[in-house]
Unconditional design. Structure first.
Length: 406
C-alpha cells in the first residue's frame, strides 16, 4: 500500500481508488478465424517509449494476441518491457481485428469507466509500469509479467471526463512528435529522389552520364572506424559530471533509456553530423546520425575521404541497394559484421569533377539541417511529456493548472 498512500498524499483533488481489473479490460476476447490473412504487429514494430506503431505485415493468423484500434499493447517479457515497448494501436481499420506476439498484454478501456488514451499513458507511468516490471518471474532473460499482479493493482484515478482531458493534453505532445517524424520521413524520401535524379538518372546532364565519370568502389571515397566497449560496470543511466553519452544500436530507434560512461581517451567519439552504420545482427547495415557521444563496437563511424562526399554517402548508404547488399555479402554469422572487403565490393560510377559533389552537398545540406532541427524539437517535446506524464496520471498535477501547446 506504500505506492497508494504516496499517491493519495499527492492528490490535490477528488479521485477514486480503483483496482486495475475493474478499470481495464485485460486481454479482451476477439474473434479472428484461423488461417485468415490479417495485420500482424510483431514485437519489433514497437519502438521504445513511442506511442505509434512502426508498421505491420499481412500474415496468416495461427495464434497470438488479438486487438483493435484504441487498445494498448504492452510487452510482458524482459527486456522489452524495461525498454519501453508499449504502444497505442491506431493502424487498423474500423472494426478490424489485428494480431501480434503472444508476449503482448492487451489493455482496453471499459465503456463509461475508462478512456483509451488515458490507459495508454497510465501504462507508461511508474504507478503501472514499475509494478509490472517488479512482478516479473521466470528464468533469466525470459522473465514475464504476472497478470494477477496487474489485475489487483490499486491506484487512484479520475472520473472519465478528467481522464479524457489528461489524455488529450499528453496526446498533443505525441501528435507533434509523430508529425515531425512524418516530415522527417518525407525529407529523407526527397533526398533519395534528388540523389537518384543526379547519380542514377543523370537529369542535370540531360539523362546521359557524363563521359568523364569513372568506376570507383565505396572504399575509394570512405573509411570507417569501429567503436569501443567499456566494462558494463561503468554504465550509468543518469548523466553526471565526468561522463558522456554512450551510443548503442538501440539509439537507432529512440533517445529514451540513455546510457552514460566515464570520459576516457579510449572512447571512440561520434558527432551529430557523422554517419553511423550498424555492424552486427538484425540491425546490420542500418544508418543513423544526429547522435553525439562515445559509440560501441556494434557501430562504425563513416569517415568521408573528402568533406564534399558526406551528403553523397549519406544518401548512398541510406539507399535500399546498400542495405540489401551489405546483408547479402558472404555467409557471415549474425555476429561477424562487415569488413573492409565488403565495403570495397560496392562499385558505382562517380563524377571526376568535384564541383558536382560540392553542388550536391549545397543542395542536400539544408535538408539534413532541417531534419536535425525536427529531431531536436522532438527530444525537447519528449522531455516535457515525460515530466508531465507521471504527475498528471497520479493526480499530483491538476489538469486546469496546465497550459497546452499551440
Amino acid at each position: 500500500m506504500g505506492l497508494i498512500s504516496k499517491q493519495k498524499k499527492e492528490i490535490a483533488h477528488e479521485w477514486t481508488l480503483r483496482k486495475a481489473i475493474g478499470f481495464i479490460d485485460f486481454n479482451p476476447r476477439e474473434v479472428l478465424p484461423k488461417n485468415k490473412i490479417a495485420k500482424k504487429i510483431a514485437m519489433d514494430k514497437l519502438l521504445p517509449f513511442t506511442r505509434d506503431i512502426n508498421g505491420y505485415e499481412m500474415s496468416m493468423y495461427k495464434g497470438g494476441t488479438k486487438f483493435r484500434n484504441g487498445d494498448t499493447i504492452m510487452a510482458r517479457i524482459t527486456p522489452c518491457l524495461e525498454n519501453g515497448k508499449i504502444a497505442l494501436v491506431n493502424n487498423l481499420g474500423k472494426g478490424e481485428v489485428g494480431f501480434g506476439s503472444t508476449e503482448f498484454i492487451i489493455l482496453r478501456a471499459k465503456p463509461g469507466i475508462s478512456d483509451a488514451t488515458f490507459i495508454y499513458y497510465l501504462s507508461l507511468s511508474p504507478i503501472f509500469r514499475d509494478t509490472a516490471i517488479r512482478s516479473m518471474v521466470g528464468s533469466s532473460g525470459r522473465q514475464r509479467v504476472q497478470q494477477g499482479v496487474l489485475d489487483n493493482l490499486e491506484f487512484y484515478a479520475p472520473q472519465l471526463p478528467e481522464q479524457i482531458e489528461i489524455g488529450s493534453l499528453l496526446k498533443i505532445f505525441d501528435d507533434k512528435i509523430e508529425n515531425n517524424n512524418a516530415i522527417n520521413k518525407r525529407l529523407e524520401q526527397m533526398a533519395q529522389v534528388i540523389f537518384k535524379s543526379w547519380f542514377v538518372d543523370f537529369e542535370p546532364w540531360g539523362g546521359v552520364m557524363p563521359e568523364d565519370w569513372v568506376t570507383v568502389s565505396l572504399s575509394d571515397i570512405m573509411d570507417y572506424q569501429g567503436g569501443s566497449q567499456p566494462p558494463a560496470a561503468e554504465f550509468i543511466s543518469t548523466y553526471k559530471k565526468g561522463y558522456m553519452r554512450f551510443v548503442q544500436i538501440r539509439d537507432y530507434e529512440t533517445n529514451s533509456h540513455l546510457t552514460y560512461i566515464p570520459i576516457s581517451p579510449k572512447n571512440k567519439i561520434c558527432s551529430r553530423e557523422d554517419i553511423m552504420i550498424a555492424r552486427y545482427g538484425a540491425s546490420l547495415g542500418r544508418i543513423c546520425f544526429g547522435i553525439a557521444g562515445a559509440y560501441n563496437v556494434a557501430l562504425a563511424k563513416v569517415i568521408p575521404k573528402k568533406p564534399e562526399y558526406r551528403e553523397f554517402l549519406r544518401c548512398y548508404l541510406t539507399s535500399p541497394d546498400f542495405f540489401i547488399g551489405i546483408n547479402n555479402r558472404g555467409n557471415r554469422s549474425a555476429q561477424a559484421g562487415f569488413n573492409q572487403g565488403d565495403i570495397k565490393s560496392f562499385e558505382f560510377r562517380f563524377p571526376c569533377d568535384e564541383n558536382v559533389l560540392e553542388d550536391f552537398e549545397n543542395v542536400l545540406s539544408p535538408i539534413f539541417q532541417t531534419r536535425m532541427h525536427l529531431k531536436d524539437e522532438n527530444e525537447k517535446l519528449a522531455i516535457i511529456r515525460d515530466n508531465l506524464l507521471p504527475r498528471l496520471v497520479s493526480g499530483e498535477l491538476v489538469i486546469n493548472a496546465c497550459s497546452t501547446i499551440n
